[in-house]
Design a protein around this ligand. Structure first.
Ligand code: HXC
Length: 257
């Protein structure tokens, strides 16, 4: 397929998407948003894919929403087009998506990383929500997801001052799963994605779904939600196979993966 803003390839059971607007530091324009959510939905529906990876360039994962595209919008136009709604597509994805972040992840770029299920960062990664300097606030969930990821103190400081957070601080604060040397970023992200893609898919879908519920539910409701998912997996062939393989001391051969 020929896309204007992305490079897309399949690496075995992993779908790899590279943001490709190098002249604009991968600024997220409307075309990119449509293409990205479209490709992710295709991968999500594809039995041959178990996990996706989104990456950018060494210099920039994404430097934010495209300011040049946004700057002239009037309020009724912004409201009526609802140009942010395209990103709601992430909420419908059932298979995991990994963000492999090098360089700038600013504004919508930081929010895109947080829309992914986990972030692996290179030691050069820089996260920030600089929207305040443009006279706006984060608009793709940044004020909400950043607070949940790193807590109110650091989130409030970042959103009010626009200061960037380096990779080490982001890891310490819990924004990223892991920091790796820049040269290893893609390989490490792909390795993690391959590991996930080799797991039994019914359990992967349930696991992501349950962890996501922790953002939304009370502890008691979340624990009940998890328990229903746990029992339901005993209806899957892969649970029978996974446990039989363990007892028989052999590698499992999963049906759904
Ligand atoms: C459009 C952008 C861009 C952006 C960079 N560029 N970021 N274009 N939208 N968000 C363009 C520049 O205009 C320039 O193009 C080219 O990319 C290279 O950028 P430079 O600024 O020359 O690079 P550098 O000096 O290395 O600085 C890198 C940078 C800086 C620190 C990342 O580009 C920067 O501050 N970018 C904006 C970051 C930002 O404010 N993001 C939040 C956007 S608002 P030309 O053609 O001029 O050479 C947002 C809201 C999301 O994200 C929610 C609503 C959807």
């Amino acid at each position: 397929e020929s896309l204007e803003t992305l490079l897309v390839e399949r690496r075995g059971r992993v779908g790899l998407i590279t943001l490709n607007r190098p002249k604009a530091l991968n600024a997220l324009n409307a075309t990119l948003a449509t293409e990205l959510t479209g490709v992710l939905a295709e991968f999500d529906a594809d039995e041959a894919i178990g996990c996706s990876v989104i990456t950018g360039s060494e210099k920039a994962f994404a430097a934010g929403a495209d300011v040049k595209e946004m700057a002239g919008k009037a309020y009724p136009q912004a409201l009526l087009e609802d140009f942010i709604a395209v990103w709601d597509g992430f909420a419908r994805l059932r298979k995991p998506v990994i963000a492999a972040v090098s360089g700038f992840a600013l504004g919508g770029g930081c929010e895109l990383a947080m829309l992914c299920d986990l972030i692996i960062a290179s030691d050069s990664a820089k996260f920030g929500q600089p929207e305040i300097r443009l006279g706006v606030v984060p608009g793709i969930g940044g004020t909400q997801r950043l607070v949940r990821a790193i807590g109110k103190a650091k989130a409030m400081e970042m959103v009010l001052t626009g200061r960037m957070m380096e990779a080490a601080e982001a890891e310490q604060a819990g924004l990223v799963a892991r920091v790796v040397p820049a040269a290893d970023l893609l390989a490490e992200a792909l390795k993690t994605a391959e590991t996930i893609a080799a797991m039994p898919l019914p359990a992967v879908i349930a696991a992501k779904d349950c962890v996501d519920r922790a953002y939304e539910l009370t502890l008691a409701e979340g624990v009940r939600y998890e328990r229903r998912a746990f029992y339901a997996l005993f209806a899957s062939e892969d649970q029978k196979e996974g446990m039989a393989a363990f007892i028989e001391k052999r590698p499992p051969v999963f049906k759904h993966r």
